[in-house]
Design a binder for this molecule. Structure first.
Ligand code: FUC
Length: 886
């Protein structure tokens, strides 16, 4: 079908009828996740049972090379023992508050009987349940970018998990150990000679920090993101059975609502977190009578402040044996009657009562509220909020949320399955029910979560966004940047939430100062560098050696400009970009192959190749991803300098060295090579797909301009496997297959994620439940990667190549799977300053509108049709299918 060009105001878009679609199951057979991993581990000459594998896996990721040293193994065993002792102690503790906090999950089991509530709402924007949640992964998730709440909705007892984005232990310390550079020539010589074992040892010895991130029970100076606490509402006993229970989250307005009837009485509870007013608000309607309490698992005191306020406060571990950051959670009862009883409040009301909750810390760092006195600040927040009516609070919060959420929409065909409560809907979907709208819901949920966990001026979304129910968050709930934090921000630009990308930019800027010290200390180098993971304390030290990940961060600096064309912003971030480029320019060396310039010691994220001499190239030189990320970094830095008209000499250096970087290579088996030589994979189905960085998120590999490399990427991706993997790995693969233009393969991973990587409340699950004994784990980046992937299937706007002057191309429906024959997406942002709406039916565009934001010329591609766009800022170009002309 050809598209015809119509310039005018857009007509009202047709509604697409949502007929049942014949969806086949994913064409791929499910690989046995665990078996794969076992193979991977055994390929290293080790034998692990399932439990050991699971434990090993957790620890391995804190490591730089995937091998446990005796010391690490001993630390881990000790930590496990300590954890067991601590748990037993908590369970037998006589302090009722500690007991309360320790039993967390089973808390909210409630008997809900009688008639069921039925579906009302949009299946692409409603998360709902017929019963209370039993654990955080069944809760309704709320957030204002800083304060988070997870609502369980119990009828006898409501538990709400509370979060605040700066609740971090640890402290700022100098972790660098100077002098590694003295050994760089030797390490590089060993690498060039293929003596990987020796290079590995020497790197480990000279490139380590005073203290690296620790996991388990011990808190080091790196610190950890923690749960803030729990809020409990214990309702007065009522023997009447619960009818018409419904617990619902409306993604359009960010309101959580719990409704039910007991006997003749109806109860409603509404919850939201307001950005404008910096408070979490709950309104309870109906004759209510309940006790309010707050606790957390450690380091807290809760006291009643008068009859209407509860104050929970404490000081976190600084990781050096002292007190670190101070946090405060303060709750106020507005309306009804309230009376303090010990450290609880007893509340009752005939019609309604409102709870306001404020939270703050005294964290003062690169982002966040920068408060000296969180006690005073939370009081002031509550005083301010109390002056407003519920309706005023709600309308301000709704506007804050809609500002971002309504900029884009997505709908895919709904079916009978789409009408079910979300947990049943997922279960039936797993059992082969057809439900394209479920993918739309999951994608919309990613947009929702980004609004909830990111706010301009705030800290960026961490490994769990801002939502943690535990003190010991996995991987410290930090900012890992060898995939995770970048993936968190993949949907921000394309889904039209440019402002929410800002916390990511500040995170990168925050690394410059400590990263300059790190560059000096370890590399005797100008510029700045950081190594794979960071925290609010400016951690940049060596130890985790996948160097390319720091260059990867800088992609975000450029992309923000590519979408917004904001020159003022560009001059602000150019020095950051330049600092990173300077580091890498200084540290490139001429490797033994073809005079190519290479990085090293470095690694291809968290995996290693087996060299012909049977040595493992864990620490290596010129892993493919590094080279791709450097071509991108140098290219983008060059473009910035050109646009700003600065640094001519530096531009020349960048151009010259960029041309000499080791190129992408295709191995003898036809796959893109992960290392500079065609080493054997030690982990053929490893979750990282590092050498495909050049395909997505970067775009130096495209089917149009580099078809051989695109084909080699396809082969690489196929060998990495199509079955179960970590959430983020599957999410990345949605995007990669979309870039290869293969909608069916992308859909296979969409499907895989909905089957394997999704909790009932739609949080993404890191590990598939391949084995009951494996610990489940929530990591949020897969939510975001999924949302970005769905956009990538429907519209892409990257240039066709990594050439410096390559221009963006808007591709309509580049990877549409047959399972989504009809649908509508609006408000997607395209590079070059365009907003794009697409409506399609029978797998073809019915109408697309391209809205120019700043009058730049653009190119649209639909199949083999190329359409040049030349309109003024604010104008709209309609493209309608021939035959459906209006
Ligand atoms: C990276 C990944 C791990 C995990 C961790 C938080 O290191 O390789 O799988 O997601 O980040």
């Amino acid at each position: 079908m050809r598209l015809l060009i119509r310039r005018s105001l857009p007509l009202a878009l047709l509604l697409v009828s949502c007929s049942n679609v014949n969806a086949d199951r994913a064409p791929e057979a499910k690989a046995d996740y665990l078996a794969n991993k076992k193979v991977n581990i055994e390929a290293r000459g080790k034998v692990y049972n399932t439990q050991q594998w699971s434990d090993h896996f957790d620890l391995m990721d804190a490591n730089s090379d995937g091998v446990l040293t005796a010391q690490e193994q001993a630390d881990f065993d000790a930590a496990k023992k300590a954890a067991a002792v601590a748990t037993t102690a908590a369970l037998t503790a006589s302090d009722p508050a500690a007991k309360q906090a320790s039993k967390s999950a089973p808390e909210a089991i409630a008997v809900v009987s009688g008639s069921r509530a039925t579906f009302e709402g949009d299946p692409a924007t409603t998360v709902w349940f017929n019963q209370p949640g039993m654990s955080f992964d069944q809760s309704l998730v709320l957030g204002n970018g800083r304060i988070g709440a997870m609502v369980f909705g119990g009828v006898d007892e409501e538990r709400i998990v509370l979060n605040e984005s700066s609740v971090w232990s640890g402290s700022r310390v100098d972790n660098d150990i100077a002098g590694g550079y003295k050994h760089l020539p030797e390490i590089r010589r060993l690498l060039a000679e293929g003596k990987y074992n020796d290079a590995n040892k020497l790197t480990k010895k000279h490139f380590y920090p005073r203290e690296k991130p620790v996991m388990g029970q011990r808190i080091g100076t790196f610190g950890r993101y923690h749960n803030l606490g729990n809020l409990y509402l214990k309702f007065a006993d009522d023997a009447a059975s619960v009818e018409e229970y419904r617990r619902e989250l409306d993604l359009n307005t960010a309101l959580a609502r719990v409704n039910y009837r007991r006997g003749a009485t109806s109860f409603t509870r509404e919850h939201f977190v307001s950005k404008s007013d910096e408070v979490f608000v709950s309104r309870l309607t109906g004759p209510v009578s309940f006790t309010v309490a707050m606790d957390r698992a450690e380091r807290f005191v809760t006291t009643a402040e008068g009859d209407r306020e509860l104050l929970m406060t404490g000081t976190l571990n600084d990781g050096k044996g002292g007190d670190g950051l101070t946090y405060v959670g303060r709750l106020r009862v507005v309306g009804g009657k309230a009376k303090a009883e010990g450290n609880k409040l007893v509340v009752s009301a005939d019609d309604e009562v409102i709870l306001l909750f404020a939270a703050a810390t005294d964290y003062r760092g690169f982002a966040g509220r920068q408060l000296a006195d969180p006690l005073a600040a939370t009081s002031a927040d509550l005083d301010q909020a109390e002056k407003k009516s519920f309706a005023q609070l709600r309308s301000a919060q709704k506007a804050d949320h809609e500002k971002y959420f309504n900029r884009a929409t997505l709908s895919l065909p709904a079916t009978d399955n789409s009408q079910l409560p979300t947990d049943e809907r997922l279960a039936k979907y797993r059992d082969q029910a057809n439900d394209p709208a479920l993918a739309a819901l999951f994608a919309n949920f990613g947009r929702y979560l980004l609004i909830g966990s990111s706010t301009p001026g705030g800290l960026p979304a961490n490994l769990q966004g801002i939502w943690a129910d535990k003190i010991h968050t996995m991987w410290n709930g930090d900012w890992h940047f060898n995939i995770n934090v970048q993936m968190n921000y993949w949907p921000a630009l394309v889904w039209n939430m440019v402002e929410l990308h800002e916390p990511m930019i500040s995170l990168i800027e925050s690394l410059v100062e400590p990263g300059q010290k790190t560059a000096q200390a370890y590399y005797d180098s100008p510029g700045w560098i950081a190594h794979r993971a960071t925290n609010p304390w400016g951690y940049t030290s060596a130890g985790m050696m996948d160097l390319g990940s720091a260059a990867w961060l800088c992609e975000h600096l450029w992309e923000q400009y590519a979408f917004s064309l904001d020159k003022e912003y560009l001059s602000e971030v150019y020095p950051v970009m330049k600092g990173s480029a300077k580091f890498f320019l200084h540290n490139l060396w001429e490797g033994p192959d073809n005079n190519w310039l290479v990085t090293g010691p470095s690694k291809s994220s968290e995996t290693s190749g087996l060299a012909p001499n049977k040595q493992r190239a864990a620490i290596c030189y010129a892993p493919t991803m590094d080279m791709q990320a450097l071509r991108q970094l140098f290219g983008n830095t060059l473009r910035m300098a050109e646009i700003l008209g600065v640094d001519e000499e530096f531009q020349k250096e960048l151009k010259a060295k960029r041309a000499r970087l080791a190129p992408n290579q295709i191995g003898p088996d036809g796959r893109i090579q992960e290392w500079i030589k065609p080493f054997e994979d030690t982990e053929p189905t490893h979750r990282h797909v590092s050498p495909l960085y050049g395909l997505y998120p970067y775009y130096e590999i495209t089917p149009e301009r580099t078809p051989e490399l695109a084909e080699a990427s396809r082969k690489f991706l196929e060998k990495r496997g199509v079955g179960q993997s970590t959430g983020w790995s599957n999410a990345w693969k949605i995007n990669l297959w979309a870039r290869l233009g293969d909608g069916q393969k992308s859909w296979g991973f969409v499907h895989q994620m909905l089957v394997d990587n999704t909790y009932d409340n739609l949080f993404s699950q890191f590990r598939p439940p391949a084995n009951e004994k494996q610990k489940k784990l929530f990591q949020i980046e897969a939510n975001f990667g999924f949302t970005a992937g769905v956009a990538e299937m429907l519209m892409q706007s990257h240039p066709d190549s990594g050439e410096i002057d390559a221009q963006p191309v808007i591709r309509l429906l580049p990877a549409l799977p047959e399972q989504w024959p009809a649908g509508k997406v609006t408000g997607l942002l395209a590079r070059g300053g365009f907003e794009v709406d697409i409506e399609w039916a029978n797998g073809e565009v019915v109408e697309a509108t391209i809205h120019s934001l700043n009058g730049t010329p653009g190119t649209v591609r639909y199949g083999d049709q190329i359409i040049e766009i030349n309109i003024e800022a604010g104008e709209i170009q309609r493209l309608v299918a021939s035959g459906s002309e209006k």
